[in-house]
Design a protein around this ligand. Sequence first.
Ligand SMILES: Cc1cc2nc3c(=O)[nH]c(=O)nc-3n(C[C@H](O)[C@H](O)[C@H](O)COP(=O)(O)OP(=O)(O)OC[C@H]3O[C@@H](n4cnc5c(N)ncnc54)[C@H](O)[C@@H]3O)c2cc1C
Length: 407
Amino acid sequence: MDYDVIIVGAGAAGLMTAIQAGFGGLRVLLLEGQSRPGAKIIISGGTRCNVTNQTVSEKDFNSGKIICVRHILRSFSNTDTIRFFKDLGVELTIDSEGKYFPSTNSGKTILEALLGKINLENNITLLCDHKVEAAGRDINGFFLKGEHFRFHCKKIVLTTGGLSYPATGSDGTGFRLAQSFGHSMIDATAALTPLSSRDVDFKNLSGITIKASLSLLIDGKKHFFTRGSFLFTHLGFSGPAVLDISRHWIRAEGQKQVIINFIPDHDEHSLQSHLCLLQQKAPRKTLQGVLDELMPKRLAEVILKKAGIKSDLVMNQLDKGLRQRLAAKCVHYPLDITGALGYSKAEVTAGGIDLSEINPKTLESKLEPGLFFAGEVLDVDGRIGGFNFQWAWSSGYTVAQALIKQL
Ligand SMILES: Cc1cc2nc3c(=O)[nH]c(=O)nc-3n(C[C@H](O)[C@H](O)[C@H](O)COP(=O)(O)OP(=O)(O)OC[C@H]3O[C@@H](n4cnc5c(N)ncnc54)[C@H](O)[C@@H]3O)c2cc1C
């Protein structure tokens, strides 16, 4: 037997599993297909790496087995994450939205701190350029093999990630390895990805960010709601609110429509009342002037154009019909969405290995004892805000504790 445990994939989940298992005295081999480990840690959060959030619960995630997600998050919480990095010498700072980043504002700090514990002193060997192509059992226990290697071990952990940003190494091989052990998949799609549009007026606003709320309607019924930053891009729409709604839009079946509220502190009724009040208080004010106080000037121009209202119209010329039309365009505007940008721009993968075939307390396979999973390879995806890394840390920790107990 070469190793107690072989972990496949040195991303966030694999590094956490290796460190915790090594701390527990296990002989660990960490195999990474790329020439360097932890590629996503470096590019994440706009290279700042949003490692966790002030409040984390299963409600921040999507999964076929949300109870399992709750259990795993409780076994290693966001406060455990903060303490863990502090012990590694990394101070985390919190922003106004409750997101934690290293105080250096660099994902490299996180990766270097993790790699600082990946060494023989902690019983961990890391081999890069070792892409695992097949795994199974033979008379020597589990084997893992690639183009130029074959290793044996007592336990395997698959931390191969999903399909998002394949250039970082997560190309779906992990799904195939799991399937070779008989595991089923919940259909995978891109998530946390920008949406594309044909709307030239909005594309011309590329670079402008606003606060907005978005509702996803499926066959006319509200299916998902989110509120946050919204970014106009040259291809369509992005920003946290769009990324959060994308997985629901992509996975929805039926007639789907995204409605945006450009002034999320108002609904149609309150905006109309506001306009009525302004008609009395400032009858000579132009509509452009009124909207400029509620949104960026260039967006106001586009809204007036879309409402078919001249920008130099003054408030006392606004009749009830125009007022209703303008309010509707501002707070209930159906966006033209033609698609999603897909895995190449997706921060995470929705779907993955079906949790119903996995022990919810240890993340060990129910089909193949000794085979474990952690991280994005599983059917768990979080919203924007540090939740996906928290899942990687929590699930990696959980698996390591189970391995230590068994070995
Ligand atoms: C641009 C971007 C920004 C992001 N920003 C944030 C953020 O700020 N906060 C947050 O919480 N989340 C963020 N995420 C999501 C987060 O990075 C992932 O959810 C997390 O990294 C998943 O960790 P993982 O270890 O499960 O998988 P991965 O990080 O994908 O790691 C999997 C590893 O396995 C290796 N591998 C795959 N197959 C094999 C094989 N057959 N043999 C050997 N090795 C293999 C890969 O090369 C890779 O190194 C971001 C993602 C992206 C793409």
